[in-house]
Design a binder for this molecule. Structure first.
Ligand code: FAD
Length: 411
């Protein structure tokens, strides 16, 4: 039996981050991965989706650039090539992580591993003795009775990544980040897209005004959606909704959340990333790994949420509906107030800041570059920098960041 300081099951963002940082401290680390290094994030999640999203946006933009004085004719779409590029992107990044693990002298065992006790992991009939064990085995698409994936018509977020051609029409069940991103991808490619959401608004976890604006954007983009509606029954290729309507999409994406992968719960083992069942985001998994291995603290309440596509949607902290009326101030700046937005033809959206006692407690942004803009606010929030102090910062012009600066003066 070989001895290690740290044994990690799962080579996703949580697992490989923990492995690399523990190794940088001089620890002897073994990492078990049964499928692909990079986990869901790199192989079936964040990266492949954004690669396809990028292509779809380019396609949409090229078709809609006459306003900028450019006309493009006879544009063609080679969807298999888009999938090939997505796969190449994954391979490139995977090789990078594998090389980093090799350079850090992490022992990588490509096999399914089993937790035996708080200090023992078993894989391929070999037992590994580990001073400490981290379980980072991730999550899988949620299964719901009546909507079981058949991988042909009823697709999971894994299946949809590998379609070799685009459908004529698609129904997306669920309007969380995955549902919204795929609705945007499909609509950019000209696929007739419909979204069904059980909650009263799209993107139910967002600030109410963000949800309402996304609904408006979807209307202008001709993405059909139903709220407070569920799928009552799937009858062959007929999808019967709770409002009595029947839809006949060519494909259905079931995007109603993810569940932690089943795992033995053993005292003394540290569970991080999606398997822990807290916030299921790659950056949250990475921060948990860093806390676990290097004791770097982080404020869970300041974990950013981002939904990609044009315009990006990003938020952090309290939502307006979380706050008691009269206890907060609010400022809202329309992105159309910014010079840069007009130059880029990206005038849709707003920056909304919520403040209590002079400190920002929530930021909700719909804009190009929203993910980067939000980060500036998070740095201020985490470091207790007041809105007034933030006004002392010089923001460059013309940028979207100026929107943050302007919004501060409306608080
Ligand atoms: C379509 C989609 C888009 C997403 N987009 C984003 C995004 O834009 N931003 C974001 O932050 N998050 C996004 N996510 C979520 C993100 O992918 C996850 O939060 C992240 O991958 C979690 O990392 P993890 O390390 O906990 O688990 P995972 O990435 O799931 O990795 C777990 C690994 O453990 C391995 N494993 C499991 N059991 C065993 C075993 N017994 N032995 C050996 N290996 C095992 C698995 O094969 C897997 O590789 C998206 C997810 C999906 C599905």
């Amino acid at each position: 039996m070989e001895n290690f300081d740290l044994g990690i099951i799962g080579g996703g963002p949580a697992g490989y981050t923990a492995a690399l940082h523990a190794a940088s401290l001089g620890q002897k680390v073994v990492l078990f991965e049964k499928e692909n290094i990079g986990g869901v994030c790199l192989n079936k999640g964040c990266i492949p989706t954004k690669s396809i999203l990028h292509a779809s946006e380019l396609f949409h933009k090229i078709q809609n650039c006459t306003d900028c004085g450019i006309s493009a004719e006879n544009i063609s779409l080679d969807y298999p090539k888009i999938i090939e590029r997505k796969n190449q992107t994954i391979e490139k990044l995977k090789k990078g992580i594998e090389l980093a693990l090799k350079n850090a002298k992490v022992t990588v065992v490509k096999a399914e591993a089993q937790l035996i006790d708080a200090r023992t992991i078993k894989a391929e009939n070999i037992e590994y003795n580990c001073e400490k064990v981290i379980c980072a085995t991730g999550s899988s698409p949620r299964l719901v009775k009546g909507l079981e994936f058949d991988h042909e018509f009823l697709l999971s977020s894994d299946d949809i990544l590998n379609m070799d051609k685009l459908p004529q029409s698609i129904l997306i069940i669920g309007s969380g980040a995955i549902g919204i991103e795929w609705a945007r991808i499909m609509s950019n490619f000209g696929v007739e897209t419909t979204v069904v959401e059980l909650a009263p608004h799209l993107l139910p976890l967002a600030d109410i005004e963000v949800s309402k604006r996304i609904e408006r954007i979807f209307k202008t983009r001709k993405i059909k959606f139903y709220t407070e509606t569920s799928v009552e029954k799937v009858d062959g290729k007929n999808i019967i909704l709770s409002n009595g309507e029947t839809l006949n999409p060519e494909k259905v994406l079931v995007a109603i959340g993810r569940v932690p992968n089943k795992v033995e719960c053993i005292n003394g083992v540290k569970y991080i990333g999606d398997v822990a069942g807290e916030i299921q985001l790659a950056h949250y998994a990475i921060k948990q790994a860093l806390t676990e291995v290097k004791d770097i603290p982080f404020e869970k309440d300041l974990t950013p949420s981002v939904v990609y596509g044009a315009p990006e949607i990003a938020w952090v902290g309290k939502r307006e509906q979380d706050l008691e009326v009269g206890t907060f101030t609010k400022s809202q700046l329309l992105i159309s107030a910014l010079g840069k937005a007009h130059c880029d033809n990206e005038t849709e959206g707003f920056i909304k800041l919520l403040s209590q006692n002079g400190k920002i407690v929530g930021a909700h942004i719909i804009s190009a570059e929203a993910s980067s803009l939000l980060q500036q606010v998070i740095i201020a929030m985490q470091n207790n920098i007041s809105a007034d102090k933030l006004k002392e910062v010089c923001f460059a012009h013309p940028t979207y960041s100026e929107g943050i600066f302007e919004a501060l003066f409306r608080l």
